[in-house]
Design a protein around this ligand. Structure first.
Ligand SMILES: C[S@@+](CC[C@H](N)C(=O)[O-])C[C@H]1O[C@@H](n2cnc3c(N)ncnc32)[C@H](O)[C@@H]1O
Length: 268
């Protein structure tokens, strides 16, 4: 594990890929609707920042867009390109870059997308300015970022509550705000955009494999806290047992983070 560019902790393991796959399963339906609403069309020059394994870029390419996925994780970019090549998609390409220094030609893009990227950054407005520079006048930025403070269970689980608090505090220590994304429209305005659309959604689960998504994610983050010395291994395992009890209880609902969606336009 290493930290590059900003505050994002890179993972290259199998479980990191599994998590990206689950994110795609949970969110791709909403993402596609949002991109259609934003006017994504064949022939568009489309860039997905923080593309991970490139699920959204491949779909945009299948629609006929000229799609580029950009991510600072070399390994993920390599896998994303292989997945595109194997699925026969020819108009999706992937490359390694940091959103702050993407090297894209100024005013060259019709549309950009990022999902679960800006939430990891300590300078989200600066990242949006970097997107702004690459968009044509009238070009559209689409963002989908999560507010982790909205995760809860009903009946309430103290383990979930404590783990959410620990995660938000760990974010603060690293200069990132996992609860800030209700302000996405304000940050986009600060970066110079006109706001076209805002919405939010929040999946809720009573059963099924996605019910344990945050347990898995927060335990992985918790292992980082154990390594930093901000959480004991014993406490982490107690919290994991508490969250698993809520996940396995057929009468307990677990709410995913609330996803904030934004469509914003660079003024003509
Ligand atoms: C939680 S993943 C989300 C991936 C993908 N957007 C999705 O929804 O499946 C965040 C991604 O952002 C990438 N990333 C983090 N910081 C970045 C930066 N400064 N510039 C570009 N990519 C970054 C990570 O490598 C990772 O692939």
């Amino acid at each position: 594990m290493s930290t590059i560019g900003d505050q994002y902790i890179l993972g290259v393991g199998r479980s990191d890929h599994d998590r990206l796959h689950v994110i795609s399963e949970i969110h791709d339906g909403e993402t596609r609707e949002l991109l259609k609403r934003a006017g994504l069309a064949a022939g568009h020059r489309f860039v997905e920042f923080g593309c991970g394994l490139g699920y959204v870029s491949r779909w945009a390419a299948e629609l006929g867009a000229h799609a580029t996925g950009i991510d600072l994780n070399e390994h993920q970019v390599e896998v994303a390109q292989k997945l595109a090549d194997h699925s026969g998609v020819t108009n999706a390409q992937f490359r390694v870059a940091n959103i702050y220094e993407h090297g894209l030609e100024p005013e060259s893009l019709d549309m950009t997308h990022c999902r679960w990227l800006l939430v990891h950054l300590s300078r989200p407005v600066e990242a949006m300015r970097s997107i702004y520079a690459a968009l044509k006048p009238g070009g559209v930025m689409v963002c989908e970022e999560c507010d982790a403070s909205a995760i809860y269970s009903e009946p309430p689980s103290h383990a979930y509550q404590e783990m959410v608090e620990l995660g938000l505090n760990a974010g603060k220590r690293r200069g990132v705000d996992y609860a800030g994304w209700r302000r996405v429209h304000l940050w986009a305005r600060e970066a110079g955009f006109e706001i076209v659309h805002v919405s939010a959604y929040q999946p809720h689960y009573i059963s099924g494999k996605h019910k344990g998504f945050w347990n898995w994610t927060m335990v992985t983050a918790g292992e980082g806290m154990v390594r930093e010395g901000t959480l004991s291994e014993e406490r982490l395992r107690e919290l994991e047992r508490g969250m698993s009890a809520a996940d396995m209880d057929p009468h307990t609902v677990v709410a995913h983070a609330r996803m904030h969606q934004l469509i914003a336009r660079k003024p003509v």
